[in-house]
Design a protein around this ligand. Structure first.
Ligand SMILES: C[S@@+](CC[C@H](N)C(=O)[O-])C[C@H]1O[C@@H](n2cnc3c(N)ncnc32)[C@H](O)[C@@H]1O
Length: 304
């Protein structure tokens, strides 16, 4: 029991990182065209704390949102509730904060209500809200990422979420990347706000994942290098050449190439096909070797 509590406490501690408004603004500006007349769900967001909530209320009219639903988990030091916003009136005097929940719910079109359960994204009532929504946007709990992504993909909703780049390597997630059902957004997220002191906690490899179309996905990677067998040797245990950096992909090689995972930041599905990863291609010992040396995890691609 005690251990269990400790585990829960640890999980909660590891999950309480809040996304900065600047990071949300920097990414969301590339997706504006997707939001008109849509219902947005932020299902890991306490509106009293979440900058996702703040962003969508501030941009409610500009994005022409139909509705914003925010649900919060009871572990966020408060009870679980949902806030539904259908109208944001612009103050003529401009004096009040338009994200002030107390002010917003004076309007009958907006409601704040207590949830029956704990507000977990997979609880029946939150699942129902997911069905109602068109687009899910949030930074989900790090400790429940697998479960969260599985539910999201099953729902077939549009989404934009923050997650560790390691997500790419999860064997149940990579097929979504390979088959173009999920891709990487524009920016890295380098830091989060950590309560109670609201200090900034720095992270190394966090980025945005989405299934909404973005311009970046249609831009060709400019290739300048030419293939030669010295600079691009074949792996010992897999029939593909090794390309050490994405910007060194040869312009004239049409067979399979192993590239760093960061290739996905530049991936245009009209330019390249993703063939698989070590796991999917049954590469012995789960890694490629080059002159007897074990290589980092790679993605195997081919020019189209
Ligand atoms: C990484 S934080 C991000 C919070 C907020 N989305 C943001 O970006 O600022 C993840 C949040 O999910 C909440 N959470 C943990 N378990 C949850 C669950 N099962 N369902 C919904 N939210 C959960 C945590 O309390 C935490 O506030």
């Amino acid at each position: 029991m005690r251990n269990n509590n400790l585990n829960i406490a640890k999980r909660i501690k590891n999950d309480e990182f809040y996304t900065r408004l600047e990071d949300i603004e920097m990414e969301l500006k590339f997706y504006s065209r997707h939001f008109a007349n849509k219902i947005v769900l932020c299902n890991c967001d306490n509106p009293y704390e979440s900058n996702f909530y703040r962003y969508f209320v501030q941009h409610f009219n500009q994005l022409r949102l139909k509705k914003l639903i925010t649900t919060c988990y009871s572990d966020s030091n408060t009870c679980a509730y949902k806030l539904q916003i259908q109208e944001v009136r612009i103050n003529k005097d401009g004096l009040n904060d338009i994200t002030d929940i107390h002010e917003l719910i004076k309007n009958d079109k907006n409601t704040l209500s207590i949830l029956n359960g704990d507000g977990s994204f997979d609880s029946p009532e939150c699942f129902e809200l997911l069905q109602e929504a068109d687009i899910v946007v949030t930074n989900p709990p790090f400790s429940l990422l697998r479960k969260y992504v599985a539910m999201l993909m099953k729902s077939q909703k549009l989404f934009l979420i923050i997650a560790s780049q390691n997500l790419i390597t999860y064997k149940e997630v990579f097929p979504y990347i390979r088959t173009n059902q999920m891709w990487i957004g524009y920016n890295k997220v380098h830091s989060f706000v950590q309560p109670p002191s609201n200090s900034l906690k720095i992270f190394g490899n966090i980025c945005w994942f989405t299934n909404m179309d973005i311009q970046k996905r249609h831009e060709n990677l400019v290739l300048t290098n030419k293939y030669n067998s010295e600079d691009y040797p074949k792996y010992d245990n897999y029939d593909a050449i090794s390309v050490k950096a994405t910007n060194r992909i040869p312009m004239d090689y049409m067979e399979i190439m192993g590239v760093p995972i960061t290739f996905l930041e530049k991936y245009n599905p009209d330019q390249f096909e993703i063939v698989g990863n070590e796991y999917e291609l049954n590469i012995p010992s789960g890694r490629t070797y080059l002159n007897g040396k074990r290589q980092y995890s790679r993605i195997f691609i081919r020019r189209i």
